[in-house]
Design a binder for this molecule. Sequence first.
Ligand code: EAX
Length: 330
Amino acid sequence: MFNRISAAGRGLLVAASLAAWPLAASAQTVLKFGFGLPSEAHYGVGAVFMQKAIAERMGGRYRIELFPNFQLGGEREMTEGAQLGTIDLVTTSTGPVGNFVPDTLITDIPFLFRDYAHARGVLDGPIGQAILDKCPSKGLVCLAWSENGFRHMTNNRREVKSPADAKGLKIRTMENQVHMTAFRTLGALPTPMAFPELFSALQQGTVDGQENPIGVIVSAKFVQVQKHLTLSGHLYSPALVLMSPAAYNKMSPDDRKLIVQIAREGAAVSRQRVEQLEREGVESLKAAGMQIRALSPDEKAAFQNSLAPAYAEYAKRFGQANIDAIRNAK
Ligand code: EAX
């Protein structure tokens, strides 16, 4: 075919392909990556790891632009953005994700996980993978389980060391039905709210308190607006690295496998940061003047026992066998 084209035509063809070459070579896809909290907090260090690994290991085909500190909205908004394709990658707690992928809600049950090893073992195993596999039918790609950490209660009214102390407290919760049921069962007044509104709500007294992992309490500087911290560890808060199907489906099969692997490695970096922030955070909050109350095993058991009516609801919703499979996993 080429030899039937005149010399002039060949010249034009060569010129056209040379002209296109810089575009072809620099045809790089930019992926927007949104997450909450500062870059040095647990989601951020995982995202920075992913940004670097994708630049180094995906042949320059992708460049990650990071948007920390809820720049792209609260977690519910960012999850919606991933569904719509306006945001390509999101790391979010599972908090609001249950509104999109109900199968994630079972992981939000209070006192379900014994410790970090138990939680990570379940989520990185078949039970966790089965939940990730539910995402595509809900318009999301869940690349990997990441981590927010065990949640603790803060408030401005009083020391909380028993369920009776929690009665009547207006506690901000995530937009999560499982969490709201738990706090309602305790006799508190659960007030669902996007995280970006929380600091001012605490400052103005719109809510008395909230509950979050130490890394979040420290990163969000809640010590400035909260007096009492109860180390309740009342529930483990997983996180998810989500990808927009619009971006994921454009990838080659090899690149899809690679970005899942990189997301898992990034999640491991986040998990290390969660534990570091927890180790260092309690001391820093104490030094900053927070009144801290660690619960004894018996006091924790009192909270767990007072949640019996909520557990009855969870068993109906998720199946007791499914809950036991997680709770009894070694
Ligand atoms: O994911 O909303 C919350 O309480 C979350 O823990 C926070 O956004 C970090």
